[in-house]
Design a protein around this ligand. Structure first.
Ligand SMILES: C[S@@+](CC[C@H](N)C(=O)[O-])C[C@H]1O[C@@H](n2cnc3c(N)ncnc32)[C@H](O)[C@@H]1O
Length: 248
């Protein structure tokens, strides 16, 4: 069931990766029309990334509903958090509230909100839900670096950074033969071994490092310029293995 702006229901809102100016007009309208603004937090009392990004569009009079999504590896606490979030959001909607759930970046790309969406469909199928897309961190990094993501017959693969150098080597070989550009998320601490591997394969000049895109401390740099030390979680890498035959 779909919900329209301002009427009781839940709207998942992609708020983009950093700059508040990157929210869509639809996202801003949905937030302004909401009576309850829900947003993910990693710890009790913490301010979430999505809420910080959308802060200029949230009024002091709007009720805030922080939803706890613990950053842990175990399945049970994460499943419990998704169920609790779905139940809390459905209860607000049943009480007649217009609820937005803010999602960092796009609401469908490696997003906690996606699990809530699936939990809602399972546990509260009558709850009206709609999803508003947001600017992804990948699109924002490409734009900030003036770095074309995909041209002509090229593919584009957005995925988490592999867990090991061996897995990364296989991925690079496949990307080269399949003419696929790679967008690697969750780079963070993996940069300590990703950078040396790129250097060994002569790929440093073909990779763009992007950190906290859209934030005042944004860092956009050729991979060669970033030392092989541990990097913040909000870092990603774009790698192009080759160019199309026909170019300007
Ligand atoms: C759980 S995913 C969320 C992706 C998000 N939903 C999107 O649409 O981009 C988190 C990863 O996205 C990337 N990311 C998100 N925001 C970013 C930013 N502002 N700058 C650089 N990377 C970012 C990082 O690689 C981070 O580890």
């Amino acid at each position: 069931m779909a919900t329209s702006n301002g009427t009781p229901g839940l709207t998942l809102v992609g708020v983009g990766p950093g700059d508040p100016q990157w929210l869509t007009v639809a996202a801003v309208k949905a937030i302004e029309a909401a009576t309850v603004v829900a947003h993910p937090v990693a710890r009790e009392g913490a301010t979430g990334m999505a809420a910080t990004i959308a802060a200029p569009w949230i009024a002091a009079s709007q009720r805030q509903l922080p939803l706890l999504f613990p950053m842990v590896g175990e399945a049970a606490p994460r499943i419990a958090a998704w169920h609790a979030a779905a139940d809390a959001l459905a209860a607000q909607v049943a009480a007649g509230e217009a609820v937005v759930l803010l999602c960092e970046g796009d609401a469908s790309l490696f997003a906690s909100c996606s699990y809530v969406l699936l939990a809602l469909a399972e546990r509260h199928p009558a709850c009206p839900v709609r999803v508003l897309p947001g600017v992804t961190s990948v699109a924002a990094a490409a734009a900030a670096g003036a770095w074309p993501l995909a041209l002509q017959g090229e593919g584009l693969l957005i995925r988490p950074t592999p867990e090991s150098a061996a897995e990364f080597e296989v991925l690079l070989d496949w990307a080269a033969t399949s003419r696929t550009t790679l967008a690697l998320l969750k780079l963070g601490h993996r940069w300590t071994w990703v950078r040396p591997l790129l250097e060994t394969r002569g790929l440093l000049d073909q990779a763009l490092f992007a950190q906290r895109v859209g934030w005042p401390e944004q860092l956009l740099a050729p991979a060669a310029a970033v030392p092989a030390s541990e990097q913040p979680y909000f870092s990603l890498l774009l790698i192009r293995l080759g160019w199309p035959a026909v170019m300007p």
